[in-house]
Design a protein. Sequence first.
Length: 166
Amino acid sequence: MSSPATAQNHGIVVQPDEGPSFWQPVPANGHADAKLYPEITGFPGLSMGFQTIAPGCRIREHSHGGQVELQVCFRGCGRVVVNGDSHPLVPGTACFLGYDVKHEIINDTADELTMLWVMAPPGLEDFFATIGRARARGEAVPAPFERPADSVAIDERHGMRTAHAD
């Protein structure tokens, strides 16, 4: 992988319909779209993308032991629970989630909720690819599907600590 010096005078532009996209299993459903990650930026320090949570669904409570996550509500509304405290999510809400901070995103509306995420160091994009199913833009939403049978091991491999197995 390249050194941080690779970022000097180096720019990448990714359009909305570009980059890998993966349908996500229950309880989030929806899809995750990696946009900027080391393989295309040459920068090993972070990755960035979007996650869309289906209406009435949620991202289960979890934390990241060795990663810091930034989240920004991009579209839609819902709630974010951070270390047990619930906060409204509206477009523009920003979250800093340090090491081991438990967090859960709840879409309690009838519309999609889309979050922008930045992860340092990177790896969330690999997690989404591992638990999800490849998505072609414009294809019909699949029926909800379960997480892989080895999801606890997958979580651990990607530095996630989950509160429950759903």
